[in-house]
Write a protein that binds this ligand. Structure first.
Ligand code: CA
Length: 226
């Protein structure tokens, strides 16, 4: 009985995976850009007269331009006017340390919505993970031209291999909007429900506990025999 209980405990220990949350305030439910960094335009203009940086709002009207829709999750989402004096690049980024412990699994997820009615060169919305200024992987690219829109769309990607190839590194998740021409038509874009979660393999401390369990199990067996 005791052996069985110990064995079960040890096996549970072996299977325990520690959850890791890499992105903070991914739902923007603080009501602001806490934990996030923007390219620092720092501007609060209103379409079509002045650039407006990424802003958090409880309605799609927070773009200052076209409305891509109210937040899909919770009360708030991050919005961008997807328009500007050109050339303007709006980046919304958050850096995270991958840590040294290999991952069993890791998933990047978010939702985005966009609407546009523009002419001229494409406006580009892209989602990437970078190491420094090097793009390690592009997950999504929207080349917007003419007229179009799509409702909030949830996207999800397995990033286990990417993170395991970058143990010990600090990486950056980036949502970026590039506007190549000045005010060629109204647009709006939103991002919400951002998460990058994973599970690490058992930490060394767990193996330490496992070792202690083996010693304890051995002692119990000896006592039972004795
Ligand atoms: Ca939200």
């Amino acid at each position: 009985m005791i052996r069985a209980a110990l064995l079960t405990g040890m096996m549970t220990g072996i299977c325990l995976a520690a959850p890791v949350t890499y992105i903070q305030n991914g739902g923007f439910e603080t009501g602001d850009l806490t934990n996030w960094t923007t390219t620092g335009l720092g501007t609060t203009g209103t379409c079509p007269n002045g650039n407006r940086d990424w802003v958090v709002g409880s309605t799609g009207g927070a773009t200052g331009c076209s409305n891509p829709g109210a937040p899909p999750a919770g009360t708030y989402a991050a919005y961008n006017m997807f328009d500007a004096d050109s050339p303007t690049t709006y980046s919304l980024t958050q850096s995270f340390a991958v840590g040294l412990i290999p991952l069993l699994n890791a998933t990047l997820a978010w939702s985005d919505a966009a609407t546009w009615s523009i002419s001229g060169a494409d406006r580009v919305f892209s989602v990437d993970i970078l190491n420094g200024s090097t793009v390690l992987q592009n997950f999504y690219t929207l080349n917007a031209n003419g007229g179009g829109s799509y409702a909030w769309t949830a996207r999800s990607f397995d990033v286990t291999s990417l993170l395991n190839a970058n143990l010990g590194n600090t990486l950056t998740l980036r949502f970026q909007v590039a506007v190549p021409q000045t005010w060629t038509g109204p647009a709006g874009l939103g991002v919400d429900a951002v998460s990058l979660d994973g599970e690490t393999i058992p930490e060394p401390a767990t193996f330490g506990m496992l070792g202690a369990g083996l010693v304890l199990g051995s002692l119990v067996r000896r006592r039972m025999r004795g």
